[in-house]
Ligand binder design. Sequence first.
Ligand SMILES: CC(C)(COP(=O)(O)OP(=O)(O)OC[C@H]1O[C@@H](n2cnc3c(N)ncnc32)[C@H](O)[C@@H]1OP(=O)(O)O)[C@@H](O)C(=O)NCCC(=O)NCCS
Length: 165
Amino acid sequence: MDDDVSIRIATVEDVLRLVQDKNDRHHLREHLDHDRGVLLIALLGEALVGHLFLRLGEPEEEELRNGLPGVALIQHLKVLEAYRRRGYATRLLDEAARQLRARGRRTMALGVDPKNEGAIELYRKVGFQAWGDEPIQVDRVDVLDDGTTHRSREDCLVFTKEVFP
Ligand SMILES: CC(C)(COP(=O)(O)OP(=O)(O)OC[C@H]1O[C@@H](n2cnc3c(N)ncnc32)[C@H](O)[C@@H]1OP(=O)(O)O)[C@@H](O)C(=O)NCCC(=O)NCCS
């Protein structure tokens, strides 16, 4: 039953136990090790359905630090393929908004690949608005099969949402 999904704050131990994807595992663990924010996970029983990292500290990107002071960034939003289109990403985003309100924070933002039409559709549906017309460039770090990391730059559209009505 879809209703059995629960969303909670996760620990590094949860990441090591539940997150199989090498890239996600690497980045989520690093964020938690550096205390950068809150990891939310959606679980169906013991199975991982999806995750979202809510970055509460300053964004890495200068444009965001200067243009959106005090913003919290949504990162690493993913719902595993078998569980998509059941509203779980929407629920993770709702919980992120709740976490922000509880901390007295007003704005959340995220960056998305301009070609990721599905994600953009989701963000617009849940009330995000485009921030500026042009993509910004962000660093991307991929973990390769041999465990080394590969850095590149990629375009990212920025969307924002106020979490207070
Ligand atoms: C994008 C993603 C997180 C969406 O997760 P999800 O749980 O399927 O999303 P939801 O069920 O909450 O979707 C809510 C609404 O968003 C829109 N939407 C979501 N995915 C969509 C898609 N692939 N194509 C078109 N619209 C989509 C729809 O309007 C959907 O409502 P509907 O199912 O009633 O039509 C998921 O596809 C995913 O993990 N993709 C790979 C990782 C990724 O791209 N993450 C985003 C990085 S910025």
